[in-house]
Design a protein around this ligand. Structure first.
Ligand code: C5P
Length: 239
């Protein structure tokens, strides 16, 4: 049984599986109308573009979370290749700079077919002030997140990935036309796993998130369809 279809599913289920077989087996239960799917570095490295094509052919919106970061030409070509796979969303590191992001933005617009949303990664949430200082960034993480998010917007990106704790501040500083994509979300009562600062789906949406990246609370649930339905029901009142 698939979860009920909704117009613009806000949950992006992180397919953090070791291989394509496990991922496809899991995805069989999900209807494209109930969620989007995220393919990250582990799964992409093991299962490759064929898996992405299969998911797209099954009617799923795919967020290709490969966080490109390279010289502008290389990132532009990688984004173009992602667009040609038919993905719904792709991302790059905002710290790659304006020219890199502008090149990526032009590439997805000119790739033909459906233009994927292009999202920037600001400061990885695993980085604290000491980690930033060690790579020569003296700003505190929140300040650096805001700087990079503004730069991403100015460079033509559609939005940024951010912690739900940063969402309210970024919503204010970026305005309504930038998308906020937030991991670190846990339904009330769910295990936090290794996430340290979590927010519930409803609170994250209230603070200005547009899309919630949620992995284990759905993928490891005894009834993933039901888990997803509960999250969708929780955010339905907020959107
Ligand atoms: O299982 P869980 O809900 O913690 O999965 C969250 C997903 O979001 C994972 O794929 C993880 O790599 C990703 N992510 C994150 N925190 C970030 C950036 C990405 O948890 N700051």
């Amino acid at each position: 049984m698939s979860a009920k279809s909704i117009e613009d599913p806000r949950v992006i289920v992180a397919l953090d599986f070791p291989g394509g077989r496990e991922a496809l087996q899991f995805v069989e239960q999900l209807s494209p109308g109930s969620c989007r799917l995220k393919v990250g570095k582990e799964l992409f490295t093991s299962a490759g573009p064929d898996l992405v094509r299969q998911l797209v052919t099954l009617g799923h919106d795919v967020f290709l979370d490969l966080k490109f970061h390279d010289i502008p030409n290389t990132v532009a070509r990688a984004c173009e290749a992602a667009a040609q796979l038919g993905v719904w969303m792709v991302n790059v590191h905002a710290s790659g700079g304006r020219r890199m992001m502008e090149a990526a933005s032009v590439a997805v617009q000119n790739a033909g077919g459906r233009k994927p949303l292009l999202i920037g990664v600001t400061v990885l949430t695993s980085m604290g002030p000491e980690d930033l200082a060690e790579v020569g960034v003296q700003a505190d993480p929140a300040e650096q997140v805001e700087r990079l998010a503004r730069l991403a917007k100015d460079s033509g990106l559609d939005g940024v990935v951010c912690s739900p704790r940063e969402a309210a501040r970024l919503r204010t500083s970026l305005g309504d036309d930038s998308m906020l994509v937030t991991p670190g979300v846990r339904p009330a009562g769910a295990s936090t796993d290794d996430q340290t600062r979590v927010m519930t789906p409803a609170d994250a949406m209230r603070d200005g998130s547009d899309y919630l990246v949620i992995g284990r609370p759905v993928t490891q649930a005894s009834d993933p369809v039901r888990a997803l339905e509960m999250i969708n029901a929780e955010i339905r009142d907020v959107i």
